[in-house]
Design a protein around this ligand. Structure first.
Ligand code: FES
Length: 131
């Protein structure tokens, strides 16, 4: 019985679409910052590549391996923050991520959803600390 488990069909269409056709996927050789974040519970990871123009994110891409939520979240997040100011992106919270995904999740799955945001914030902070 799948009680309590979400079938793929129950995910919002946009989440499924981003999982199946991830946007901004792939390594960026000339990135200003590369950051990798893993989920200790499962070993899945997301790697984020960032390029900046001043404090603005001029390019972003990601690679990763993990569940649908973590990978779709990474894809959607890269679309959301492209062209945004670093300080603006640092203000994003887990609630913004859950709103972006259109999902209500428990603590374990929220960790999946926010994995890319944690990586992204670390990358931005690393970049800002070097300026
Ligand atoms: Fe590993 Fe979701 S199960 S990140």
């Amino acid at each position: 019985m799948l009680l309590g488990r979400r079938l793929p069909e129950a995910f919002p269409k946009e989440v499924l679409d981003h999982y199946r056709k991830p946007r901004n996927y792939g390594e960026m050789k000339d990135a200003d910052v590369t950051v990798r974040e893993s989920n200790r519970l499962c070993g899945d990871y997301v790697e984020i590549y960032l390029k900046f123009n001043g404090n603005r994110i001029s390019a972003i891409s990601f690679k990763g391996q993990g569940c649908m939520i973590s990978q779709a979240s990474a894809s959607m997040l890269t679309e959301l923050v492209k062209g945004k100011e670093a300080e603006e992106v640092l203000k994003l919270t887990k609630y913004d991520v859950l709103r972006m995904l259109g999902l209500e999740l428990g603590p374990v799955r929220t960790k999946c959803a926010t994995l890319p945001l944690v990586a992204l914030k670390k990358g931005i902070e690393s970049y800002l600390s070097r300026r």
